[in-house]
Design a protein around this ligand. Structure first.
Ligand code: SAM
Length: 293
C-alpha cells in the first residue's frame, strides 16, 4: 500500500454501510415534532445532516466542524445535491431548507441562545476537550424542550467481552509495521521517520466516560436524559482499515508521528492482525443518548 493512497479524511469511513446504518438508528429515534432548526456539531463530512434531511427535508441545519477539510467536503457534497445553504444568514432565513457548514469549534458556537430545536453530535463528543463547557454550549443554543442526541464509539463499555485483545493486536502489528518502515528508510540512507514528543491521545482510552458518567454530565448541564441505549455493530476488515486511516484517530493512536505515515501503518496493521487472529471482523458497542433541555 503506497502512503499517498491512504485517505486520512473521515469521508470513506462515513460512507460505509456499517457506519451509516448505526447512525440511521440514531436519526430514526429523533422526535421531529416542532423541529425546524438543527445544529450538527462536529459534523465531519455531513453524514448525520444528510440522513436527517432524507427524513425531514424541510429542516435547516447548521453543521459545524473544526477541520476545514471535512467542512469543505460536506459543502461540496451538499452543493452537488442542491441542499447547501450559503451560511448562517441563509440558515436563519424564513423557510430555509438544507444545511450550511461552518469551520468552527463546537464549544464556542456562533448561534443565539435557544436558537435551535435539535442538537446532534455523531461519534465526536468524546473528542471535546472540555466536556462541561461543550455541554453548557449545547444547553445554551437549545430552546427549552429541544432535544439533544448523540452517539459514540469511544466510551467505557464499548468493547464487547473478549474483543479487546483484537484491538491490542492491531496496535501491536501497526507498531511493527512502523518499525519496519523506519528500518527500510535507514537502510536506504534516508533519515528516520520523525517523531514529535509530547502531545498525547485525546480519544483513545483517555478521559473516556461510561454512559452513567455522560448522563451525569448532561444532567449537570441542565438537560433531562430521556434515554440511554447501546447498539452492537460489527466492524469489518475494510471498515477498521478506514477507521485506522482517518487522520484524526491516527494522530491519537500513533501520537507524534506524521499523520500520513501513522495512517498507513494502522491501515496495513489491520490485515496483519486479522490474518494473525484468523478473523474477518470485530464487534463493538455504540452508546446512544437522548436528552431534553
Ligand atoms: C469521528 S469524526 C465524526 C464526524 C461526523 N459526525 C460523522 O459521524 O460522520 C469526528 C469529527 O469531530 C471533529 N472535531 C473534533 N474536535 C472538534 C471540536 N472541538 N469542534 C468541532 N469539531 C471537532 C473532527 O474534525 C471530525 O470531523
Amino acid at each position: 500500500m503506497s502512503l499517498n493512497l491512504v485517505d486520512t479524511t473521515y469521508e470513506s469511513y462515513a460512507n460505509l454501510p456499517e457506519y451509516i446504518s448505526v447512525n440511521q438508528v440514531l436519526i430514526d429515534q429523533i422526535d421531529l415534532d416542532g423541529v425546524r432548526r438543527v445544529a450538527d456539531l462536529a459534523c465531519g463530512t455531513g453524514l448525520l445532516s444528510g440522513l436527517l434531511l432524507d427524513r425531514a427535508p424541510d429542516v435547516a441545519i447548521c453543521g459545524v466542524d473544526l477541520d476545514p477539510e471535512q467542512t469543505g467536503i460536506a459543502g461540496r457534497t451538499f452543493a452537488g445535491r442542491g441542499r447547501l445553504l450559503s451560511g448562517l444568514e441563509a440558515f436563519r432565513a424564513e423557510g430555509a431548507k438544507g444545511a450550511c457548514f461552518l469551520t468552527q469549534s463546537a464549544d464556542e458556537l456562533p448561534l443565539e441562545d435557544g436558537e435551535v430545536d435539535l442538537v446532534m453530535i455523531g461519534n465526536a463528543i468524546h473528542l471535546m476537550p472540555d466536556k462541561d463547557k461543550f455541554l453548557a454550549e449545547v444547553a445554551r443554543i437549545l430552546r427549552p424542550g429541544g432535544e439533544f442526541i448523540f452517539n459514540s464509539l469511544f466510551y467505557v463499555g464499548t468493547f464487547p467481552e473478549g474483543s479487546e485483545p483484537i484491538y491490542t493486536e492491531w496496535l501491536k502489528q501497526s507498531a511493527i509495521i512502523l518499525d519496519e518502515k523506519n528500518r527500510a528508510r535507514i537502510a536506504a540512507g534516508e533519515p528516520p521517520i520523525p517523531r514529535k514528543r509530547g502531545g498525547g491521545g485525546r480519544a483513545f482510552a483517555k478521559g473516556w466516560l461510561s454512559p452513567e458518567g455522560w448522563a451525569e454530565k448532561v444532567a449537570a448541564a441542565g438537560m433531562t436524559v430521556t434515554s440511554v441505549g447501546r447498539s452492537e455493530s460489527i466492524i469489518s476488515r475494510s471498515g477498521l482499515q478506514l477507521i485506522g486511516a482517518y487522520g484524526g484517530l491516527a494522530e491519537v493512536l500513533m501520537s507524534g508521528y506524521p499523520v500520513d505515515i501513522a495512517a498507513a501503518c494502522l491501515f496495513e496493521g489491520v490485515d496483519r492482525a486479522f490474518d494473525e487472529m484468523g478473523i474477518e471482523s470485530v464487534p463493538r458497542y455504540w452508546m446512544e443518548m437522548k436528552a431534553r433541555r
